[in-house]
Write a protein that binds this ligand. Structure first.
Ligand code: 13P
Ligand code: SF4
Length: 304
């Protein structure tokens, strides 16, 4: 038996004994996705966390996702195999910066992308994800000013789709920023029949070249339903594993091999095993912050 097989066996055995569940984001490494009980996008994972009967959740994603799960299920133990797995975009706005922005626009409502810290969500009116950001902004009366943080690219995409002027912040995803229009052109030249599907965290010039702009779960769903046989995928490359596994008869090409999120890839099988063995690393959100952050998440869920 190989070392990896042994680790997998140990994880499965311990997971049962501990009454734990493993959740993995669509960008995790193939072996992590394969051992997970559920893989999905940031919203799907939190919802799965909220409905599970398991007492322990091993969250394989980045910190803001585990925090969201902890906010939605305060009675469960949420563990991250590696606490260093943060999201650079979520770190691009501080509480002080948000308070200053709110002071500058006292009448504005704050819509915050889920890729943000709990303390930022706690100061927001609505949370949103890449799959529902347009709907959330559309639900706000047209005469209301809206601050959209922290992703300027998702924000400008939402502004273009809703025809609303949004007050944006200078945040962005460094991984999606690596996908360039010339990458799409190169792939299109090689695979002219392929549909181009991109994540809304991409830069506007890339979004303008896409046939579809979808969240990670949206991409997986669309790939299954579409009659196309080939796809150019403009998002983090971890998703290719799931796409290929679920659609063996179709072909998927990354828009850019450079779109590899180093934070997502900090999790691995060994760390999952240690996490289960030692019950580390616990993700907790102070009660007061969790209560206020949950309000913005609940408002989002009511709308979608
Ligand atoms: P999804 O919500 O589409 O899974 O995206 C999360 C993310 O981190 C994208 O970079
Ligand atoms: Fe954050 Fe980008 Fe990584 Fe997603 S892909 S976790 S937004 S850095």
């Amino acid at each position: 038996m190989s070392n990896d097989q042994k680790i997998v066996e140990d994880i499965l055995k311990l997971k049962k004994e501990r009454k734990a569940i493993i959740l993995a984001h669509n960008y995790q490494s193939p072996e992590v996705q394969d051992i997970a009980d559920f893989s999905g996008d940031s919203l799907g994972l939190s919802q799965e966390a909220a409905k599970t009967e398991a007492e322990i959740i091993i969250f394989c994603g980045v910190h803001f996702m585990a925090e969201t799960a902890a906010i939605l299920c305060p009675d469960k133990t949420v563990l991250m195999p590696d606490l260093n797995a943060g999201c650079p975009m979520a770190n691009m706005i501080t509480l002080r910066q948000l308070m200053e922005l709110k002071k500058k626009h006292p009448q504005a409502l704050v819509v915050t992308y889920v890729n943000s810290k709990a303390e930022i969500k706690a100061e927001s009116d609505y949370c949103c994800t890449s799959s529902n950001a347009i709907k959330i902004v559309q639900s706000i009366p047209a005469d209301k000013e809206v601050i959209f943080i922290p992703d300027k690219y998702l924000g400008s995409y939402v502004a273009s789709q809703t025809k609303r002027e949004l007050i944006l912040w200078e945040g962005y995803c460094p991984t999606h920023r690596r996908i360039l229009p010339e990458d799409i052109l190169k792939r299109k030249a090689l695979y002219p029949k392929a549909e181009v599907i991109v994540h809304p965290e991409c830069i506007p010039e890339v979004i303008a070249m896409a046939d579809k702009v979808l969240s990670t779960t949206g991409i997986c769903k669309y790939a299954k339903e579409s009659n196309s046989e080939e796809f150019i995928i403009g998002t983090e490359i971890g998703i290719l594993h799931k796409l290929r596994k679920e659609n063996p008869e179709k072909r998927f090409y990354p828009a850019s091999e450079l779109a590899d999120c180093p934070n997502m890839k900090l999790n691995n099988l060994e760390k999952i095993l240690w996490s289960l063995q030692d019950l580390v690393y616990k993700v907790e959100v102070p009660e007061e912050i969790a209560r206020r952050a949950k309000r913005s998440i609940d408002r989002m869920l009511e709308i979608v």
